[in-house]
Ligand binder design. Structure first.
Ligand code: F6P
Length: 463
């Protein structure tokens, strides 16, 4: 089997205490674990001078090749273009988009530099799998420097409609760069459809053929590969986390109150303001739940260098304060809101303890926490998932209570429905979702992408 080379902005080296944190990182580690390989990306640090060769670290059969960013790269590539421009556009938050031509230039430069740094590490039989919106131009940069290996790209975020992309300066060039890949993977069939529509609009000279898209003498295959989870591992960690020190402390602190739980990075795309407002409406319209429920929202700080993340943080602090001022009692705090993180097994243990998983992003490529909520449940007494219709996961987890994350009344009603749902219905919904999660797990995601990428080598007609 050829060696797998993964390139992503973040590289998460597993710590001794547990796996790498976060969905993307966990998924990529699973991809490399069985046969080893190379994982190239940012070491998370800034340096004044970039060493010519990346630092190599080894973990089992995996070699991690890490490079720092200069401050200019960090501000232009990571903060500026990837997270202040592409991220809000890809999550339909145009009012938060900040375009800066210099940042775009640095974004393109980083891909060119990474291509140069990666090439000396490549073996002739490698297949290369590039991840996410940070690195769209990397495939083209590698091709321009003569790399002929199969190169695939997977977008973890949503790919949205033409109307949004029209607002993104330079969108045609970015789309064209995507066509340097042999395979483009999206999370859902809807994302694929949006991509085809975008091609028709911005790049009509690209031809759709049965095997993919023909453009500039090469064929690019486009498919959806919904990312999954390691179902058995999640269930196992959730069982142990349920009874660890934190799990027991949470249980004791609830004093029999029913737990509604949300877990998200603190990101404006996660819909936390609407989620808190919806919970407030639950307490208002169904006063019988006052004193009987607790919403625990764990939202670890994220991208604190991006100003818009500071704004959402302040907004949430205000909303939480409002809700406390209105409903808190001297012996009951309706909403517990924390911005620190916990080890993975503790989080999964908390999910197992929650009667309702409340996951309502305004947009999300997939949302693996939704899947983890289901897999962490006790099959004998599973909880209920309330899930945003605008997450990729909603296209698979149909038996969740699907809500529009902009409709706070509907979300409040779904919470009330979830809290009132009988055991039989909860079990039936849980079982249906578990079957699907088992069929579309992380191993299937990896194998299907790798197989599809390997198959493109026969279809490529030249660079
Ligand atoms: O899942 C989307 C994603 O942007 C990943 O690519 C990334 O690793 C994760 O969110 C966390 O964001 P960041 O790397 O900016 O901290």
């Amino acid at each position: 089997m050829s060696r797998l080379v993964i390139v992503s902005n973040r590289v998460a080296i597993p710590t001794r205490r547990g796996g790498a944190e976060g969905g993307l990182a966990t998924g990529l580690l699973e991809a490399l674990r069985p046969h080893g390989g190379l994982w190239f990306g940012w070491n998370g640090r800034l340096a004044e001078v970039i060493p010519a060769a990346p630092a190599l670290e080894t973990g089992g059969d995996i070699v991690f090749a890490l490079t720092p960013l200069t401050r200019r790269e960090f501000e232009g590539y990571y903060v500026g273009f990837a997270n202040r421009c592409l991220w809000p556009v890809f999550h339909a938050q145009l009012h938060l988009m900040h375009y800066d031509a210099t940042a775009l230039g640095i974004y393109l430069e980083v891909s060119r530099r990474w291509a140069e740094t990666l090439i000396p590490l490549l073996h002739p039989e490698d297949v290369i799998w590039v991840h996410d919106y940070h690195l769209i131009p990397l495939g083209r940069a590698l091709r321009e420097k003569g790399v002929r290996a199969p190169i695939g790209f997977f977008l973890h975020t949503p790919f949205l409609g033409v109307d949004l992309l029209r607002a993104l300066p330079g969108q045609t060039h970015l789309i064209e760069k995507l066509l340097a890949y042999d395979l483009i993977g999206f999370q859902t069939p809807l994302d694929c459809q949006s991509f085809y529509r975008a091609l028709g609009f911005f790049l009509p000279e690209a031809h759709r053929e049965p095997g993919g898209i023909r453009y500039a003498g090469r064929l690019t295959r486009v498919e959806s590969f919904p990312i999954g989870i390691n179902v058995e591992e999640v269930a196992h960690l959730a069982r142990s986390g349920r009874n660890n020190r934190h799990g027991r402390r949470l249980e004791t602190s609830l004093t029999g109150r029913r737990l509604i739980l949300g877990i998200d990075r603190l990101d404006y795309s996660k819909g936390l303001a609407n989620r808190f407002r919806a919970y407030e409406q639950l307490l208002e319209r169904w006063p019988e739940f006052q004193r009987r429920v607790v919403l625990l929202q764990i939202a670890p700080l994220s991208r604190t260098e991006v100003p818009e993340y500071d704004e959402i943080r302040r907004e949430l602090n205000t909303i939480v304060g409002d809700i406390h001022a209105r409903y808190a009692e001297y012996d009951w705090l309706p909403l517990r809101y924390m911005t620190r993180g916990f080890p993975r097994s503790t989080i999964l243990g908390f999910l197992r303890q929650a009667e309702v998983g409340f996951i309502t992003p305004l947009r999300d490529g997939m949302n693996l926490v939704a899947k983890e909520y289901v897999a962490s449940q006790d099959p004998e007494a599973p909880g209920v998932l309330v899930l945003s219709s605008l997450s990729g996961a909603a296209q698979e987890l149909e038996e969740a209570l699907i809500v529009n994350p902009y409709d706070t009344e509907q979300m409040a009603a779904a919470l009330a429905q979830a809290l009132g749902m009988g055991l039989e219905e909860r079990r039936a919904r849980f079982q249906a979702m578990m079957e699907r999660l088992g069929r579309q797990d992380i191993h299937r995601w990896i194998a299907s992408f790798r197989d599809a990428l390997a198959a493109t080598t026969h279809a490529v007609s030249g660079d």
